[in-house]
Design a protein around this ligand. Structure first.
Ligand code: PLP
Length: 405
């Protein structure tokens, strides 16, 4: 296994005791931890250059604007978008999807048209489409998931029709870890005349994403899952589509001219960025992406793949434990249930040993229903996790089984 363990030093939060034990943080799919350079960037912004962007004619405003605009270019490069103005800053994946559901929905979705999603979506990629379908009298169709956690691709082909307006699909499932065949899905959807939104919340932190190669129409993700701050996310959209879409919110910065009779709108990306943006956290996200690039996303991918394989092998040794999501093509997430033990009780007992995992429905209630469970325990890895931590997880689970059954 490639050793990236020395990078742990960059993450101050990892070096503490919780309930008397060294913290084992295995909840990275919910949010990743932040390296010191990102924390420093936030402090530096407020200590040295705090000012509003794109407005003031003074030194601080210039410095803040330069740093803010730099991040747009960093994101553009990171996902290989063609133009910086195709990168819209939002609060996170959830807001990015809501923006598209509202704005693309207003411009392009008519009654009786279909929106295609899948059974493995996070609520953030279900509810905005339900709301759109209600508003527009459109139809929501759901592609099922197979027993091993892969997408039922044959159903996808069957469900797709000239009536499909948009396919909204996760790149990687936050519960199953499944990596969906996004390139194929986009090609086929385009051939049917549909646009595609890819929820990249769980893919961008784990492997290289190239939006031009994928030919995605929209690609969304959150900064906080890729070692950046909370409160900042990305909507990538193809320029020609974004140009045709109406603004999502009205206010400062998104206008060209305002009169009481009529307002004209600013060019991209500002048309979609009403009001004062989250300047500090945008700058922090830029630093997080630099950090990832310095390590190399391909090295991160290798390390996490090795950790996930190792943890899968180790957990599978525990007789009463069942992993949900068994496709070989998966990322960094292991969901499991243990017969006779409620996932919440397991989470509490692990926490008592300093081990942080996620328990519950993971904002994917329909998927839980699909697998006939109320919730699961979920361990999710980042490159800074270690084999030793996986041993502690397994020991903790075995201890819990001994206590609870
Ligand atoms: N989509 C997926 C696949 C996720 O895993 C998450 C968060 O867990 C989201 C969307 C929502 O992200 P956020 O809460 O950062 O908006």
């Amino acid at each position: 296994m490639l050793s990236l363990e020395h990078y742990r030093r960059d993450f101050p939060i990892l070096h503490q005791k919780v309930n008397g034990f060294p913290l084992v943080y295995l909840d990275n799919a919910a949010t990743s931890q932040k390296p010191q350079v990102v924390i420093d960037a936030l402090v530096n912004y407020y200590q040295k250059i705090n000012s509003n962007v794109h407005r003031g004619a003074h030194y601080l405003a210039d410095q803040a604007t330069i740093a803010f605009d730099e991040t747009r270019k960093k994101v553009q490069k990171f996902i290989n978008a063609q133009y910086p103005e195709e990168i819209i800053f939002t609060k996170g994946t959830t807001e990015s999807i809501n923006l598209v559901a509202f704005s693309f929905g207003e411009a392009f979705v008519s009654p009786q048209q279909e929106i295609l999603i899948t059974e493995m979506e996070h609520h953030a990629n279900i509810v905005p489409w339900q709301m759109l379908c209600e508003r527009k009298k459109a139809i929501l169709k759901v592609v099922p998931v197979l027993e091993d956690g892969t997408l039922d691709i044959e159903s996808f082909y069957r469900f797709l029709s000239p009536n499909t307006s948009l396919v909204a699909i996760t790149h990687v499932s936050n519960v199953l870890g499944t990596i969906n065949p996004i390139q194929e899905i986009i090609q086929v959807a385009h051939a049917a005349g549909a646009k595609v939104l890819v929820d990249g919340a769980q893919s961008v932190p784990h492997f290289q994403v190239n939006v031009q190669e994928l030919d995605a129409d929209f690609f969304v993700f959150s900064g906080h899952k890729i070692f950046g701050p909370t409160g900042v996310g990305i909507l990538y959209g193809k320029k020609e589509l974004l140009e045709l879409m109406p603004p999502y919110q009205g206010g400062g910065a998104m206008i060209k001219e305002v009169t009481f009779e009529r307002t004209t709108y600013n060019r991209l990306p500002h048309k979609f960025e009403a009001g004062t943006p989250n300047i500090a956290d945008v700058i922090g996200l830029g630093v997080a992406l630099d950090y990832v690039q310095n390590i190399g996303i391909e090295n991160i991918a290798l390390q996490e793949h090795a950790l996930t394989e190792y943890a899968t092998q180790q957990l599978q040794q525990i007789p009463s434990l069942k992993i949900i999501g068994n496709t070989p093509n998966k990322v960094s997430v292991i969901s499991f249930v243990i017969s006779g033990i409620h996932h919440y009780d397991l989470g509490m007992l692990l926490d008592a040993n300093g081990i942080a995992i996620r328990t519950g429905h993971h904002c994917a209630q329909p998927l839980m229903r699909r697998f006939g469970v109320e919730g699961t325990a979920r361990a999710s890895f980042a490159f800074y996790n270690t084999k030793e931590e996986i041993h502690k997880l397994c020991e903790g689970v075995e201890k819990a089984i001994a206590v609870l059954t």
